[in-house]
Write a protein that binds this ligand. Structure first.
Ligand code: IMP
Length: 215
């Protein structure tokens, strides 16, 4: 590769970017540039192509399991908006969609208090419901919603989550369809945020120094 290293040239900018972001990458490995949001550094963790593949698998499984039904998908906002959108495009059975909004997170940890629950349409409760989560951590959000749906007479309730943390596995939180299992690390991107930021990233990133994260 020929490179002109003159200070004001396009080539110079390119080389600087290349050295900063790709120098540590071995031949054949994908480049994993880091990003910083507020006080935390994150590294790329799950690529958008891996997410896409996993979503196709999840959607195929759900479409098979619900082939004689018309499920209602219930994405939990805000975090699941991107996942729900991509998942639903791959679902091959007739279905409905309605949204709920909750929040138990402040910064990088669950507050344990479930705030705001909106958007329940009474007519949905005699249906086969699939709750759509971005990530299950303590399971507080999912448990609360599933309990409420069952109380209101849903015919069946299952959950699909793109990500599931170790804590949820230890607590045996019931999630029928899971994309990726994680340790108890803090992640962002693809709908997931850190203090409202990072939701628009197409890949998923994880916090580099998890000791710097309040638990
Ligand atoms: P849970 O109620 O503790 O299971 O938390 C569920 C919600 O917390 C998710 O829907 C996310 O919005 C948020 N959450 C949990 N872990 C993370 C994370 O690592 N990054 C960003 N948001 C998270």
């Amino acid at each position: 590769m020929h490179v002109n290293l003159k200070n004001d040239s396009q080539e110079y900018k390119y080389v600087t970017f290349y050295l900063k972001n790709y120098l540590c990458v071995l031949p054949g490995q994908e480049a994993m540039p880091n990003i910083k949001i507020k006080d935390l550094a994150f590294k790329k963790f799950i690529s958008s192509s891996k997410i896409e593949e996993k979503i196709a698998e999840l959607a195929a499984q759900i479409s098979q399991d619900y082939k004689d039904k018309t499920p209602v998908f219930l994405p939990i906002l805000n975090g699941s908006f991107m996942f729900a959108s991509d998942l639903l495009k791959e679902i091959r059975v007739p279905c409905r969609v309605s949204f709920v909004k909750t929040s138990s997170y402040a910064g990088t940890s669950s507050t344990g208090q479930l705030k705001t629950l909106i958007g329940h349409d009474e007519s949905l409760f005699q249906q086969h419901i699939i709750v759509v989560e971005d990530i299950v951590d303590t399971g507080l959000t999912l448990d609360k919603i599933i309990e409420e749906l069952r109380e209101r007479g849903a015919k069946s309730v299952e959950a699909v989550s793109l990500l599931r943390k170790k804590l949820a596995r230890e607590k045996k939180i019931d999630v029928k369809y899971v994309g990726f299992d994680l340790e108890n690390e803090f992640v962002l991107g693809y709908g997931l945020d850190y203090d409202g930021l990072g939701r628009n990233l197409t890949d998923i990133y994880k916090a580099i120094d998890s000791t710097a994260i309040e638990q």
